[in-house]
Design a protein around this ligand. Structure first.
Ligand SMILES: Cc1cc2nc3c(=O)[nH]c(=O)nc-3n(C[C@H](O)[C@H](O)[C@H](O)COP(=O)(O)OP(=O)(O)OC[C@H]3O[C@@H](n4cnc5c(N)ncnc54)[C@H](O)[C@@H]3O)c2cc1C
Length: 401
């Protein structure tokens, strides 16, 4: 029987819930994140630099597409393993977790789930090693929360498809070798149906200008995907998948990763705040001895414990193929929001020092503004849950649906 001991770093012994196999992956990810990424994180954020060698490093460690079967270069591990990797990367900088999310969930997953055998053989092993980098284009400048209204089009021509349109806010697009693009297909038979296309970097008419002056997720390269009469061969189209369920299945996987990642952010902010108030004296007493400070820490660990248990349970259900999109919405919404609140409180507890990048909490706080917005905003996930609870959709004002 385990000893009854209070552990301020893991109050509910959450890590004991993670299987031995997944814990080994967690330890490897922690070691890499703390020794290789942490020293680069502050500079990467300040200079808006993503060091592309990180892709190869993560590929060598098996962190890319960890849930993809080994025959295609993945590790064939559980979704919980993917979760624990995300948690460790996010402790350092959500920009690095975003890279892994996009590569694994938004690029490798759809190729594995919807691609032809040739597409899987051609792209998955190289994506798994980080030899090539992928991006995922769903959002458009005028169509974000409502991607079904997208206007990017793919017109059937001899031997392929001609793509026109633009995608906005695309993680990795400036450095991507391969873009998964969702567009409305027009072939005279199923006009206006959303389909997925694999657009290679060398495609004539493709450009991916970078979004400048981001104040959040700065080490993650974000850009557009501009398609001007891009000719995509027939072999680069996902053959069967139609409609929004294709892109949404990718988002569900990525959101699951965010649930774990946000937990890592919150834990890191809590640890930093706790260390700081234990070491800082004001009015001749340590800040940690002040009642108002202690309740802040108590609130943080309470929220973190809920986040951890939610992440673990969702992973367990996902590994048993029992997780529904609404469960993912609930957890993404809760954990991203809670991590943002914890980062803001930690920032306050560090006083003036919390304003500098050196103490890192403001870095997390800024990143969480993105995490709370992308992959479905807090309110959109609220509406997804509201629809499931009541059976009534309220995405559009009443009377207009
Ligand atoms: C750094 C970053 C990286 C990203 N990476 C990617 C990527 O790799 N690929 C990709 O495809 N996209 C990506 N996105 C896009 C992201 O998913 C969208 O920004 C997000 O879905 C919100 O869309 P929007 O920005 O158009 O906001 P909008 O949809 O215009 O929403 C604006 C506000 O209106 C609210 N709102 C919208 N509809 C309703 C409604 N029916 N009822 C009530 N409130 C509503 C929203 O909650 C939000 O608060 C990224 C975004 C960022 C910031």
């Amino acid at each position: 029987m385990g000893a009854k001991k209070f552990n301020a770093k893991d109050i509910y012994h959450f890590e004991e819930l993670i299987s031995r196999e997944d814990r080994m992956i967690m330890d490897a990810a922690r070691e890499y994140a703390q020794t290789q990424l942490e020293p680069r994180a502050l500079e990467g954020n300040q200079d808006e630099q993503f060091d592309v060698s990180i892709a190869r490093e993560m590929g060598d460690l098996g962190f890319l597409g960890v849930f993809i079967p080994e025959e295609y270069g993945g590790a064939g591990s559980s979704y919980t393993a993917y979760g624990v990797i995300n948690r460790e990367l996010d402790r350092v900088d959500s920009a690095y977790r975003s890279f892994v999310s996009v590569q694994s969930s938004l690029v490798m997953h759809p190729i594995h789930a919807f691609g032809t055998e040739e597409q899987k053989q051609k792209y998955l092993p190289k994506l798994a090693t980080g030899e090539i980098i992928g991006c995922y284009g769903l959002t458009e400048p005028d169509h974000g929360s409502d991607p079904g209204s997208m206007i990017t089009s793919a017109k059937k021509v001899d031997g392929g498809w001609k793509l026109n349109g633009s995608k906005m806010w695309i993680t990795n697009s400036p450095i991507a070798d391969l873009c998964v693009v969702w567009a409305k297909a027009y072939d005279g038979k199923e006009d206006g149906v959303i389909r997925g296309f694999l657009v290679e970097r060398e495609t004539e008419g493709l450009s991916t200008p970078k979004v400048k002056n981001k104040m959040s997720m700065r080490a993650s390269p974000t850009g557009e995907i501009v398609l001007q009469d891009c000719l995509i061969p027939d072999e680069n189209v996902f053959p069967e998948i139609r409609g929004l369920k294709g892109p949404f299945s990718c988002l569900n996987n990525a959101r699951f990763g965010i649930v774990w990642g946000a937990t890592g952010v919150a834990e890191n902010c809590y640890h930093r705040a706790r260390d700081y108030v234990l070491g800082r004296t004001q009015f001749n007493y340590p800040l940690a001895s002040m009642q108002l400070v202690q309740t802040k820490l108590a609130n943080m660990v309470t929220d973190i414990t809920q986040m951890q248990l939610l992440a673990w349970r969702l992973g367990d259900l996902k590994d048993k193929d029992r997780a529904t999109p609404e469960m993912v919405s609930l957890a993404k919404r809760n954990n991203a929001d809670a991590a943002l609140s914890i980062a803001r409180v930690a920032r306050d507890m560090l006083g003036g020092n919390g304003i500098t990048g050196d103490f890192r909490v403001i870095h997390h706080m800024m990143n969480m503004e993105t995490v709370n917005t992308y992959e479905g905003t807090y309110d959109i996930h609220g509406l997804v849950l509201g629809r499931a609870i009541t059976g009534i959709q309220s995405f559009v004002p009443r009377g207009n649906d």
